[in-house]
Design a protein. Structure first.
Length: 334
């Protein structure tokens, strides 16, 4: 299962997703010859006689590679490529779309592309790569039979994840010293500095990352959300829930009767289900939502949950969160 799957399943995959587009990418990377090797997020060293050039990638991972000039021949996504926050502003001309729903990949179409590498994040909890986790269609898992599978680890930091794909791109022949890449890194570093300044100005501000569904409120566990761990490292007090689900510790599952178990000053709302009216809509459907003081006060901002892969996207999202922190009242949850 992916970290988001319980939430989207509960919402019947009908939510409107929000996010920003990926940054501009440098010119296409030059091809390399080989031999080639890369240490996968699982720790396995994957080797080939020649450097892979025909790559199929999961959406976020494709965006990361494209930011370094590596263009895949095929992409599989968990939703429409028109709404996927990683892809919706990228030029996908000439790229075969192999799936636009979690767990469903057209392996026959993928085989026709003659891939020599599959790229997907390594998820330590599931011990599987994106698209190959428990719960996906069995026939979709046959994707792994077409070529070696590699990816960076969804672990402790989006920064580390981005660095992992920079390493992969470099191994595939990308010019990682491209000026556009340096510009995106610089923009990210400047965004981090602004975010740290904003959080330092409000040392008492607490936030909770949440995702509601028809029957539950999911309260995110930062231990398994690298972007939340980064926000904590930048000085934001993101609440760690007391009782994560033992079988799927990405979340603590709260009944609507207990929606107010935690009282943050600011709610980070799962950006994959965030709309401008979502806070009020949930209050109408589930009145106990407004027992959370921050929800009642409208202190809600989209959280880029489990999709960030690039410095540029992280910079854009950080700037949005910085403005929310500046506007937040650190006494709401008292």
């Amino acid at each position: 299962m992916r970290a988001w799957r319980p939430v989207l399943a509960a919402l019947a995959l009908s939510v409107a997703l929000a996010g920003c587009g990926s940054e501009d990418s440098p010119a296409d990377a030059t091809e390399a010859s080989g031999p080639w090797s890369f240490t996968d997020g699982s720790g396995e060293v994957v080797k080939a006689d020649k450097t892979p050039t025909r790559i199929i990638a999961h959406s976020g991972e494709a965006a990361a590679l494209m930011s370094f000039g590596i263009k895949p021949v095929g992409i599989f996504a968990d939703e429409s490529v028109k709404t996927d926050p990683n892809l919706k502003n990228l030029d996908l001309t000439g790229i075969e779309i192999l799936g636009e729903e979690w767990g469903k990949i057209d392996v026959e179409k993928a085989a026709a592309l003659r891939p020599d590498l599959i790229v997907g994040d390594w998820w330590p909890v599931e011990k599987a790569h994106s698209g190959l986790e428990e719960g996906v269609d069995e026939k979709s898992k046959k994707l792994a039979e077409l070529a070696p599978v590699v990816g960076a680890t969804q672990g402790k930091s989006i920064v580390q994840l981005a660095e992992g794909y920079e390493d992969l791109a470099e191994s595939l022949g990308a010019k990682v010293d491209d000026p556009q890449i340096a510009a995106n890194k610089k923009r990210f570093e400047e965004a981090v500095a602004r975010f740290k300044e904003a959080t330092a100005a409000k040392p008492g501000l607490t936030v909770g990352a949440m995702s509601p569904s028809d029957d539950k409120v999911y309260f995110a566990n930062p231990v398994y959300a690298p972007e939340l761990l980064d926000l904590q490292s930048f000085g934001l007090k993101v609440i760690n829930p007391a009782s994560p689900d033992p079988s799927f510790p990405y979340w603590e599952n709260l009944s609507w009767e207990n929606a107010d178990k935690y009282q943050p000053d600011l709610i980070l709302w799962d950006g994959r289900s965030f709309t401008a009216t979502a806070n009020a809509d949930w209050g109408k459907k589930q009145p106990t939502w407004f027992k959370i003081k921050a929800a009642k006060a409208g202190a809600v901002v989209a959280w880029p949950a489990f999709w960030l892969h690039t410095y540029g996207d992280f910079a854009t999202e950080l700037d949005k969160l910085t403005e929310a922190v500046k506007a937040a009242d650190p006494n709401i949850g008292d």
